[in-house]
Write a new protein. Sequence first.
Length: 123
Amino acid sequence: MNGFALTALVLAVVGIYGVMAYSVAQRGREIGLRLALGAQRREVLSMVVGQGMRLGLIGIAIGVATAAGLTRLMATLLYDVEPFDAQTFGIVAVFLIGVALIACAVPAARAARVDPLSALRGE
């Protein structure tokens, strides 16, 4: 079970990182234009992290709701465990929020370092 959980976590991190890196790559000219027009690098950083965290929070909310529903169905299979353990769900949600934040930080830092001049010149 731990192996499957670790595999799922790695897939989630790689997925979030991949989506955010692709988004930053596709929006390179837009980010360069924002920086050229006077946007601060921390504003670009917060914009990219905010978009990634929004997706992460939606995914976590859907996952918690789905898991809560499925634990009710699996109540007969659980031994000496409550079907809905709020503490476990909370700890896992907070952990996944932290993981999503780290996965978004790398592409966001790359977006904040975009050179406005080279982004405006084109590819």
